[in-house]
Design a protein around this ligand. Structure first.
Ligand SMILES: NC(=O)c1ccc[n+]([C@@H]2O[C@H](COP(=O)([O-])OP(=O)(O)OC[C@H]3O[C@@H](n4cnc5c(N)ncnc54)[C@H](OP(=O)(O)O)[C@@H]3O)[C@@H](O)[C@H]2O)c1
Length: 332
């Protein structure tokens, strides 16, 4: 089989032959049908998070995939050869840019029906971000949630997940995306180029932030006391990063809390909790995502699909800033 490999100091992955992986106990071998390119994949190729990764180059990058079960290791239950599954490899493992991959059973779920492999490949990481945020906020009963970046690859899925769970969703987006975000399930939309979100959103139980910076800094004021601000752009706690398998050297363990201190102080003085999310693989949350895609499939926005042989060009396109939606790579 073939996989893309990031060689030392390379900024793009190159295709290389690899031995066919065989599943060990508790593992599943998947023949990939599609994968998506996330901002984190571009960052990894550029060496942006190299210091935190537990593995040295060369390694196979990539996080989100969908494919068909081909082989089961000892003790695997609940899946059969031929089942379509999807998953997120996690930033500390990666390995999704491959024709075949071996994945722990507990990180996989049966994919929703009625969606193409390309559309399914856009779901795992965004769905996990949203469902993990609900758990981080301890939000079971319907609440009020603000999604920053509601038209983005993560935000668009999050709006649907929260709305389908019965929450009142308010979402920020640019003027061209307001109607689409409303159609995804947002009860209220705010044009971030024309209005200050804190004038329209208040008493929130959860702010789900995919934007960061000033947007993150202004968000604590919109939460009720005791509410939770989950940000994909805030520094994670050292313990969370290590629990997710990232390598946090001692000097970074000293620096990380300082980098996030301003935002954390603001959150504390507003009486709210700030979580810098490190998204972790979870088959159980993916099962929940699959349930939410029934009977009406979840909507994803695909900018363009490329064949596997053109994955580096797909990454260039995703990095160009011109893509309106996810860039997807299909196999077979
Ligand atoms: N911590 C983690 O584990 C984790 C996991 C997943 C993603 N992330 C990070 O989360 C971020 C978002 O990922 P993505 O895949 O959703 O990116 P994306 O598809 O590029 O979407 C970003 C969205 O944010 C919108 N936006 C930009 N500025 C805004 C503002 N001031 N207010 C509201 N919306 C604004 C953009 O709208 P326009 O088109 O109008 O510019 C776009 O729709 C990335 O930085 C990614 O690295 C982190």
């Amino acid at each position: 089989m073939h996989a893309y490999v990031l060689e030392p100091s390379a900024r793009r992955p190159t295709l290389a032959p690899r031995p066919d992986p065989s599943p060990g106990p508790g593992q599943v071998r998947v023949r990939a049908e599609a994968l998506s390119i996330h901002p984190v994949d571009l960052e990894t190729a550029q060496g942006g998070n190299a210091m935190l990764l537990p593995m040295a180059r060369p390694f196979v990058p990539g996080v989100d995939f969908v494919g068909v079960v081909e082989g089961l290791g000892a003790g695997v239950e609940g899946l059969s050869p031929g089942d379509r599954v999807y998953g997120y490899r996690g930033i500390a493992a990666q390995g999704a840019f491959a024709e075949r991959l071996v994945v722990p059973r507990e990180e996989l779920a049966r994919a929703p029906e009625g969606m193409t492999p390309a559309a399914l490949a856009c779901l795992p990481l965004p769905g996990l971000c949203a469902l993990q945020a609900l758990d981080e906020a301890g939000l079971q009963a319907p609440g009020r949630i603000l999604v920053h970046g509601g038209a983005g690859g993560v935000g668009g899925v999050a709006v649907q997940v929260f709305a389908r769970r019965g929450h009142h969703v308010i979402a920020t987006a640019g003027p061209a995306d307001l109607d689409r975000v409303r159609q995804l399930g947002a009860a209220e939309v705010i044009d971030y180029t024309a209005a200050r979100f804190e004038d329209a959103a208040h008493d929130l139980d959860l702010v789900f932030d995919t934007v960061g910076g000033e947007t993150l800094a202004r968000s604590p004021a919109t939460l009720r006391p005791g509410g939770t601000l989950v940000s994909l752009r805030a520094m994670p706690a050292v313990a969370d990063a290590r629990a997710a398998g990232l390598r946090v050297p001692w000097f970074m363990a000293m620096v990380l809390p300082l980098v996030g201190m301003g935002a954390r102080r603001k959150a504390r003085s507003a009486g709210v909790r700030l979580v810098g999310q490190v998204t972790t693989p979870s088959g159980a949350r993916l099962e929940a995502l699959t349930a939410l895609a029934r009977p009406r499939p979840l909507e994803t926005r695909i900018d363009r699909t490329f064949p596997f042989a053109e994955l580096p060009a797909a990454m260039d396109h995703a990095a160009s800033g011109k893509a309106r939606g996810r860039v997807v790579v299909t196999l077979g």
